[in-house]
Design a protein. Structure first.
Length: 175
């Protein structure tokens, strides 16, 4: 019976390990013993300068989830893939994930596919410094957040009165 297990890998090598697992499974014709190999990740939008990029951010760096039938042959196959440190478990006995644990992770992944979230999370009332534009180096307070358009409404005090501004995420930094 196939169950879910957690494989510990070298951090940053998760994709290589996943590909190595797939290749080794194919080479040894062991497809019947394996189902899914997952690297839980979410799409995150980040700003580099003025450019918005969508990147994959791993939820569990250094770990891969694998659905497989555990026996000596499959255990040996997985452990001998370059980059695999071993299974999560006690001594040489891997622990399988409980159904509710894997269901929680799968639901979490499904939710995170909907829309990339910004890597920098702002909060209403938070102080920010404006980095670019006509108001560069002014300090302000976040009055509103428009996540759909990646914009902030920021109140800045100038000439003795409060001025509302609408700025993009990349134009400000947290204080």
């Amino acid at each position: 019976m196939k169950q879910w297990y957690v494989i510990h890998t070298q951090t940053g090598y998760e994709a290589r390990v996943k590909e190595g697992l797939r290749n080794r499974i194919r080479e040894r014709h062991e497809e019947d013993f394996f189902s899914q190999i997952l690297i839980p990740a979410e799409e995150v939008s980040e700003f580099r300068g003025r450019e918005k990029k969508i990147i994959q951010k791993k939820l569990f760096p250094g770990y891969i989830l694998i659905e497989m039938e555990l026996n000596d042959k499959t255990l040996d196959l997985v452990k001998n893939v370059p980059g695999v440190s071993g299974f999560i478990g006690f001594k040489n006995e891997p622990f399988s994930l409980q159904k509710k644990e894997i269901d929680t992770v799968l639901k979490q992944l499904e939710k995170k596919k909907e829309k990339p979230k910004p890597e920098i999370v702002f909060q209403k009332g938070q102080g920010v410094r404006i980095k670019e534009g006509a108001f560069a180096n002014f300090m302000g307070t976040i009055e509103g957040i428009d996540e759909e358009r990646d914009r902030l409404k920021v109140s800045v005090s100038m000439f003795g009165r409060v001025t509302p501004l609408e700025l993009e995420y990349w134009q400000v930094e947290k204080m």
